[in-house]
Design a protein around this ligand. Structure first.
Ligand SMILES: Cc1cc2nc3c(=O)[nH]c(=O)nc-3n(C[C@H](O)[C@H](O)[C@H](O)COP(=O)(O)O)c2cc1C
Length: 195
């Protein structure tokens, strides 16, 4: 049904840490469902480059601690934001699970690395779309810490593997209001060629 897919796509949304409930708890079984749904993403030649590392329980606190340390290590003094550094110590209170999403380079290099990345991005979208169905919330977090050598080391990645981002997950704090989500009309980004 067109309306059904439109609703699912348009209602998909990011919920940032401040929009998650303190003490959020998601069942591990729900995370397994998200991963299963992620794995039905398309990939050229069925390379299926996605790999996941799930942080749960005390692992969540440990993950944010590592993020905090790496942030301190890699951020030049003039770019260092004190409250951002401090905030890492608080995040675990609202976060139930973190899924680290990795594009594992196809060992046979059958297709350009870009194709591995695109297929993993499709897996990310499957997770995003699944959130509303399971009544949970979250968003994809990326940035300098995610792409750092230190993070690659922490995640035990090989040189050609790419960390894509971290899906930060919890229960929604229904009292938190996000400003309305907007999009540039797609007509402004489309060219039709008919001749
Ligand atoms: C590749 C990618 C990277 C993102 N990285 C971040 C991030 O580091 N921090 C953040 O707050 N949101 C991040 N987001 C989420 C965006 O902020 C979010 O998708 C955007 O604000 C639109 O909101 P919506 O997802 O609710 O439509 C990322 C999203 C994608 C797809």
């Amino acid at each position: 049904m067109p309306e059904t897919i439109e609703n699912w796509i348009k209602n998909r949304k990011s919920t940032f840490v401040e929009g998650l409930k303190e003490g959020s708890k998601i069942d591990d079984a729900v995370i397994e469902k998200l991963l299963e749904n992620a794995s039905w993403a398309p990939s050229h030649g069925l390379v299926q480059a996605w790999n996941f590392k799930v942080f749960a329980g005390n692992g969540v606190k440990r993950f944010f601690k590592v993020q905090q340390q790496i942030y301190k290590e890699i951020t030049p003094a003039d770019k260092f934001v004190g409250f951002k550094y401090e905030a890492y110590s608080e995040k675990h209170k609202r976060v139930s699970h973190i899924i680290a999403i990795i594009a594992k380079r196809d060992p046979y290099k059958r297709f350009p690395a870009q194709e591995d990345l695109v297929s993993v991005a499709c897996a990310v979208q499957n997770i995003y779309l699944s959130l509303q169905a399971y009544g949970i919330a979250g968003y994809l977090s990326t940035g300098g810490v995610c792409y750092s050598q230190q993070m690659k080391h922490f995640l035990n990645l090989e040189a050609e593997d790419a960390p894509i981002g971290f899906f930060i997950l919890g229960e929604a704090d229904e009292s938190f209001q996000r400003p309305p989500r907007m999009r540039i009309p797609v007509g402004q980004k489309t060219e039709w060629i008919k001749e």
